[in-house]
Ligand binder design. Structure first.
Ligand SMILES: C[S@@+](CC[C@H](N)C(=O)[O-])C[C@H]1O[C@@H](n2cnc3c(N)ncnc32)[C@H](O)[C@@H]1O
Length: 264
């Protein structure tokens, strides 16, 4: 059974969906999520591995495999958290340069110490992703993993397009709304169980407990892999491709490009 709302995205529909997400989540995004990420850094990676029964490692490994990075390339990892993506990129291509941007200084502190342990250098910028503090045409590659559900896509995606060089690539990966109602039903129950299970092991703060319903609602109000491809095209990306994960589209890997013809 297909989700009936999984239809072609239009500018009006995208605008309506983003306004709806904002009306539901502005408070959570602005007040609760920053508090959640003050506490999460110390157990972020083991927490993800336990919550996903190990699938997190496979998810990230698959994402990194999709990313092409050449010697000398400049990459920006948006919502970099504890630098999981940046570290793996530099181990794959040590002659690249990686900048991490995240609003949480606590996540980035852990990210910097992890980068040090792996012997790689990552520039760190603490800033909101909705306004990227970089000039136009700055990066060959931009990555965004496991965070777009918490963002206003109609603001962040044009910013990513702006800071990409013409011909540069944007790689995106997140938990998406499955295209099938059956998969969605199973998936949301799994999510509820795994959040409770992880909270039991690592303990949870009041902010995290207040987000229990949010994590489910953020997905039911997010985009299916096909809708997200349309969103990227609407914003102005070209050559948009999407590889769904083995779990019925629960995780999608998108690659899109800033057109070369933008060159001035
Ligand atoms: C689930 S973590 C993902 C971290 C990393 N990308 C990864 O895959 O391990 C989400 C991250 O997004 C960051 N974040 C959420 N909203 C943000 C915003 N508006 N601007 C910058 N960072 C934000 C959080 O601080 C957190 O570090």
């Amino acid at each position: 059974m297909k989700n009936i709302d999984s239809i072609l995205m239009t500018p009006a529909l995208f605008d309506q969906r983003e306004r709806h997400r904002r009306s539901l989540f502005s408070y959570t995004w602005g007040e609760l999520i920053p508090k959640v990420f003050e506490d999460v850094p110390k157990y972020y990676r083991p927490g993800n591995i336990i919550a996903s029964f190990g699938l997190w490692e496979l998810w990230v490994w698959q994402f990194i495999r999709t990313i092409g990075l050449n010697p000398g390339d400049k990459a920006l990892d948006v919502c970099a958290g504890t630098n999981d993506v940046g570290i793996r990129l530099l181990r794959k291509q040590p002659a690249a340069f990686v900048t991490a941007i995240d609003r949480s200084k606590e996540m980035q502190e852990v990210g910097q110490s992890r980068a040090g342990k792996y012997g790689v250098h990552i520039d760190s910028v603490i800033h909101d992703a909705h306004e990227l503090p970089f000039p136009d045409n700055s990066f060959d590659v931009v990555t965004l993993q496991a965070a777009s559900r918490h963002l206003q896509l109609d603001k962040v995606l044009p910013e990513i397009l702006r800071v990409l060089k013409p011909g540069g690539n944007f790689y995106h990966c997140d938990m998406l709304k499955p295209g099938s109602r059956v998969v969605e039903w199973l998936y949301l129950r799994f999510l509820r169980f795994s959040i409770a299970w992880t909270a039991l092991i690592f303990g949870s703060t009041e902010a995290s407990r207040n987000c229990n319903d949010y994590f489910k609602d953020a997905i039911t109000n997010f985009y299916t892999p096909e809708e997200l491809s349309e969103v990227f095209r609407l914003v102005g990306f070209t050559n948009v491709t999407c590889k769904k994960s083995i779990w019925g589209g629960m995780v999608g890997y998108h690659k899109s490009q800033r057109a070369n013809s933008d060159k001035s």
